[in-house]
Design a protein around this ligand. Structure first.
Ligand SMILES: C[S@@+](CC[C@H](N)C(=O)[O-])C[C@H]1O[C@@H](n2cnc3c(N)ncnc32)[C@H](O)[C@@H]1O
Length: 416
């Protein structure tokens, strides 16, 4: 079946164009499907500032449910704002649920079946949108309209003369759009290549789904953190034929090995190791310790020059008091959690420490990014019985596209 090119028809004044990562014609394309199909259950995956969420809330039938999901809690362009913050500011937000900091598979049970419109606009690099679509398909109605943005981002930036190294890899959405089976595919009539596409889920989409599993076996650009691949395995096994599952399992295994990554979700935990060093009897006591902090004195931390404690917590701001047993040199290590890959080697799971105070003296005031093997170390001479008040604020380093291979610096350099 040939695809149909649609002629854009213009937006009107009520349509939002602020902080929407789409051209005017693409916003019109999205609006066209909402107005034409009048869906009753819309799921938007990848919301950024929420510029289009604002539009969806305005365009949808007031009884239609809208679910907006972003893997990042904060806006990826300015982490002082929440993902979708623009929609929060609207007065009318009926039947809207937003999930910040989640992948679709984390929340699909809450959203349920019978989805009749889905908008996917996430990473554009493998395995991004293909993985998301495979997760969603079992819950999409026959007749569901799926709108994909940035189907040819790699080509678009080239023609715009703003091409960077990572743009070469931005073809995942195009592979999904080209590879999915549907009797109805739509693009936008454009002088350039259409960068937005839509298709209608029908019985061929499900019948030929193995094609997409084959496409998923193309080299991945990154191994997404924040996604629970252990859950994906169970889910694909439950919802797809065994030959699809086998392809998925092999492809996942290969990429986890290639990127030296763990298939389990990155732990969103801060870890602080504390040791008061001098002799075997040196130690610390944690006083007034909040319940959410897990404190352990593990055997491996019983050293000849003192016994150390390991603190782990998911709470982003906390205070503790330490009592030093015997005088010595106190060492506080601000780390990330101990996350291992399939070969049980440690892999980076980053934490930003935003504030660190000892006895009200500010030690860290600008963000410091750490992981388990690259800790920030604070040292201080202490006396027997001395009590120190510690204040820590941190955040999970929110970067769903960090490749696990190579250092953070290499990653940042490659994106300049
Ligand atoms: C290109 S922006 C979305 C733009 C938005 N749709 C618009 O039209 O303005 C991509 C967003 O996808 C999010 N993202 C990346 N991977 C995701 C995933 N697996 N699930 C949900 N959101 C994801 C990113 O955090 C980012 O906010």
């Amino acid at each position: 079946m040939g695809e149909i090119e649609l002629n854009a028809n213009g937006l009107n004044e009520q349509d939002n164009i602020t902080n929407v990562e789409m051209s005017f014609d693409e916003i019109w394309f999205l609006k066209n499907f909402i107005k034409k199909y009048n869906p009753k259950k819309i799921v938007e995956i990848g919301i950024s500032a929420g510029g289009n969420t604002v539009n969806l809330l305005k365009w949808k039938d007031k009884n239609a449910k809208l679910f907006s999901i972003d893997i990042s809690t904060t806006w990826y362009r300015d982490n002082t704002k929440l993902s979708g913050f623009m929609a929060d500011q609207l007065n009318t937000k009926s039947n809207w649920t937003i999930y910040r900091g989640f992948d679709y598979l984390d929340v699909y049970e809450n959203i349920g079946d019978n989805i009749d419109c889905m908008i996917i606009d996430t990473t554009h690099v493998m395995p991004g949108e293909i993985l998301t679509f495979l997760a969603a398909l079992p819950h999409l109605k026959d007749g569901c309209v799926v709108i994909l943005h940035d189907i040819h981002l790699n080509m678009l930036r080239f023609s715009n003369n703003s091409f960077s190294k990572t743009d070469l890899a931005a073809f995942c959405t195009g592979l999904l759009f080209g590879g999915v089976s549907s009797n109805n595919k739509f693009t936008l009539k454009s002088e350039n290549v259409s960068n937005i596409g839509a298709f209608i889920v029908d019985k061929n989409t499900r019948k030929n789904i193995k094609d997409l599993f084959h496409i998923l076996c193309a080299s991945w650009h990154f191994f997404p953190s924040g996604i629970d691949f252990f859950e994906y395995k169970k889910y694909i096994q439950k919802n797809y034929p065994i030959d699809c599952y086998k392809l998925f399992e092999k492809c996942l295994e290969l990429n986890a090995n290639y990127f030296n990554a763990n298939i389990y979700k990155t732990a969103e935990t801060a870890r602080i190791d504390i040791i008061n060093k001098n002799n075997k009897n040196n130690s610390i006591e944690i006083k007034d310790c909040p319940n959410h902090i897990n404190v352990d004195f593990p055997d491996w931390f019983k050293m000849n020059d003192g016994e150390g404690a390991v603190l782990e917590t998911k709470i982003k701001s906390f205070d503790i008091k330490l009592k030093c047993i015997n005088s010595g040199l106190l060492n506080i290590y601000l780390r990330g959690p101990d996350v291992r890959n399939l070969r049980m080697e440690r892999v980076p799971s980053y934490v930003n420490y935003k504030k660190f105070k000892v006895n009200n003296e500010t030690i860290i005031k600008d963000k410091i990014t750490c992981w388990h093997d690259d800790a920030y170390i604070f040292k201080k001479n202490v006396n027997n019985g001395e009590i120190l008040e510690i204040h820590i604020e941190w955040e999970y380093y929110n970067s769903p596209t960090i490749p696990f291979k190579g250092s953070m610096k290499e990653f940042e350099d490659s994106n300049r």
